[in-house]
Design a protein around this ligand. Structure first.
Ligand SMILES: Cc1cc2nc3c(=O)[nH]c(=O)nc-3n(C[C@H](O)[C@H](O)[C@H](O)COP(=O)(O)OP(=O)(O)OC[C@H]3O[C@@H](n4cnc5c(N)ncnc54)[C@H](O)[C@@H]3O)c2cc1C
Ligand code: SF4
Ligand code: SF4
Length: 429
């Protein structure tokens, strides 16, 4: 029997490697772990993807919305996709026919892509549902967020910005170094909102001679600029000197950015992100939970609220910050944070490597402040933002769940509302 006819046809879900900025959003969003990556590409496993579309709207570039009609037996493997520099063309009707598939079958089957069955799936037994923090992350912005412009400068047509500031915003003399960079766009319109990010393309080529892909950085300045009224944005960039395993490595883009001099120009793409945006309605509360450079969007939101408060135009809700770092010396903007008025923002700092002191993480602090967090969880005007190390995400969302449960709230209801109403945002990398 002809296997191609028997197994049929799928609409295979593919990521365009030329446009993808390797931001990891899709991998973090996919509820069934169908997306994976290597150092080169982000790819979708045909045997797992069920076409649920959860990854489509959060992708900042649209590169994930690509589908190809394929005979199941010829579905592109992930190993093959890892080597791609561009997407393969659609198979022609003749090629499909030669594979035993009627040319128009694909579109009919394509509306709801079918996963390729695997032996593992056939043999799979029901398993205990595990807690998956990503399922609570919103893909919609708060209802009162301003309109965000995205992809004004896509990866294929970047714009140029000039460096107008660059200084170390962690304590000098320590291994871990994070820079505050200010980029000016001159006369080129580059509107950004707090919570969005931009991409920077480092010059040169990678190990296989391909132009480096853009790295994403959260905007650390408010919507009217680092310097109010100027067409500029700031970033908070950590110099990567070791990989996630702790082995020495020289991160391509972070080192390029940290070494930039005033007057240098950089290639910028974006802006990206249309959901990690702050609420604008009066009395809306913002709970910010971050580690390291995850503080960038929190700085942007805090500064915008501070400017609004100063202008007397905003009847503010609460601002609560949980900020984690290994040591005080590694915490970006430690000094400026101390000068914010206590009645403006409730700051909670957790250090995990202070000599002679027990390790404390942001989720420990959240549990200590359970009473205040529970009150905020009960209030539909509260918005929660989590940004920073990937490893923090699960613990933080679990802490929120436990706080809710201990306060007698039904987490399934609360968690679903936070997601649906764009009130819990997760951005970890
Ligand atoms: C939505 C989003 C927002 C981001 N915002 C910021 C931000 O505001 N500030 C910021 O500094 N970064 C931010 N990043 C991370 C940033 O995009 C880069 O990944 C980071 O700067 C490393 O790039 P690189 O070119 O220096 O390292 P690469 O050359 O890409 O990587 C070198 C090696 O280091 C590992 N590695 C990469 N990043 C890290 C890391 N952070 N810690 C340890 N090992 C690492 C890699 O796996 C690789 O093995 C963000 C990422 C995303 C997805
Ligand atoms: S369509 Fe759904 S299952 Fe497929 S990769 Fe996207 S999120 Fe995962
Ligand atoms: S740009 Fe889109 S496809 Fe690429 S990693 Fe980000 S979310 Fe995934």
């Amino acid at each position: 029997m002809d296997m191609a006819v028997e197994a049929g046809v799928i609409k295979q879900h593919l990521i365009d490697p030329e446009i993808c900025i390797r931001c990891n959003t899709c991998e973090a969003t996919c509820p069934v772990n169908a997306i994976t990556h290597d150092d080169n590409n982000y790819v979708v496993r045909a045997d797992i993807c069920n076409g649920c579309m959860a990854c489509i709207s959060p992708c900042p570039t649209g590169s994930i919305d690509n589908w190809r009609t394929m005979p199941v037996v010829r579905a592109y493997s992930i190993e093959e996709q890892f080597t791609w520099e561009s997407l393969p063309a659609e198979l022609s009707p003749e090629e499909l026919e030669a594979a035993g598939v009627a040319a128009d079958t694909g579109d009919e089957a394509g509306a709801a892509p079918t996963p390729v069955p695997t032996q593992a799936q056939a043999a799979a037994e029901p398993v205990e549902p595990v807690f998956n923090s990503a399922q609570y992350g919103a893909t919609v912005p708060p209802w009162s967020a301003a309109h965000a412009y995205t992809n004004l400068f896509p990866p294929k047509s970047p714009t140029t910005a000039t460096v107008v500031g660059n200084f170390n915003c962690t304590e000098a003399g320590f291994d871990s170094e994070t820079h505050h960079i200010v980029l000016d766009f001159g006369v080129v319109p580059f509107p950004v909102l707090e919570g969005q990010s931009i991409g920077i393309i480092p010059p040169g080529v990678d190990a296989i001679g391909k132009r480096h892909h853009a790295r994403q950085y959260s905007v650390a300045s408010p919507r009217n600029g680092e310097r109010p009224g100027y067409n500029n944005v700031s970033l908070t960039v950590k110099r990567v000197t070791e990989d996630h395993q702790g082995d020495p490595v020289r991160g391509v883009c972070s080192n390029y950015v940290c070494d930039l001099k005033v007057g240098d120009t950089v290639q910028v793409v974006g802006p990206f992100g249309a959901s990690f945006l702050m609420p604008n309605h009066p009395k809306s509360h913002i709970v910010m939970i971050c580690t390291g450079t995850g503080s960038a969007p929190m700085r942007a939101m805090t500064e915008w609220r501070r400017r609004l408060r100063k202008s007397g135009k905003f009847e503010g809700g609460k601002l609560m910050l949980f900020f984690g770092a290994r040591t005080q010396q590694e915490l970006p903007y430690f000094g400026p944070l101390q000068s914010l008025p206590k009645d403006f923002i409730d700051i909670n700092l957790a250090f995990s490597r202070t000599p002679g002191q027990p390790k404390r993480y942001v989720q420990d602090l959240m549990r200590e402040r359970a009473a205040d967090l529970a009150a905020l969880l009960k209030d539909g005007a509260s918005h929660f933002y989590v940004c920073g190390l990937k490893s923090m995400e699960e613990g933080v969302v679990l802490a929120l769940r436990d706080v809710a449960k201990e306060a007698g709230l039904d987490w399934d209801t609360v968690g679903a509302a936070l997601k649906r109403e764009g009130r819990l945002h997760l951005e970890t990398y």
